[in-house]
Design a protein around this ligand. Structure first.
Ligand SMILES: [Zn+2]
Length: 150
């Protein structure tokens, strides 16, 4: 790869103000392939990341990537939690943008989510335990929040 084409995506770290910015929905005809490429670059180069939200890659759009079951990266455009359990569960969470920090955070045990795939198909699915935790963490980022940093 030559120098000019090298990916310039850079992980945004606390206290970058983009981490507290509320992200905009992705429009129907909007091309987010560059955003997804930047996010995948950061995520696959991290040793520990199981998910990433667009603002962590410098983009204020509602896109997240979650590695919910350790065998693939799930790209979610405009993710929205539509149903959720009444049971909550505590667990430890870290965040690539807050290196060295770990927080014990209460999350809904399962959630139902609507989103659009990378190919802009309407999707829906249920997620439990770690998958549900990752998605709740990443959607928080889209709303300018990260409890790991609080
Ligand atoms: Zn995070």
């Amino acid at each position: 790869m030559n120098r000019r084409n090298r990916c310039r995506a850079k992980l945004r770290l606390y206290p970058d103000p983009i981490l507290t910015t509320v992200c905009e929905p992705v429009g129907d005809d909007e091309d987010v392939s560059g955003i997804i490429r930047d996010m995948m670059h950061i995520l696959t180069n991290s040793k520990t990341g199981v998910g990433l939200a667009a603002p962590q890659a410098g983009h204020t759009k509602r896109v997240i990537i979650a590695n919910t079951n350790n065998d693939g990266y799930l790209v979610m455009i405009n993710p929205k939690i539509t149903t959720f359990s009444s049971d909550w569960v505590f667990g430890n969470e870290g965040c690539l943008s807050y290196p060295g920090r770990l927080a014990r955070i209460n999350r809904m045990q399962w959630i139902g989510v609507d989103w659009q795939s990378e190919g802009r198909l309407n999707m829906e699915g249920d997620f439990i335990y770690l998958g549900a935790r990752i998605i709740q963490h990443e959607i928080d980022h889209l709303d300018g929040k990260c409890e790991v940093g609080e």
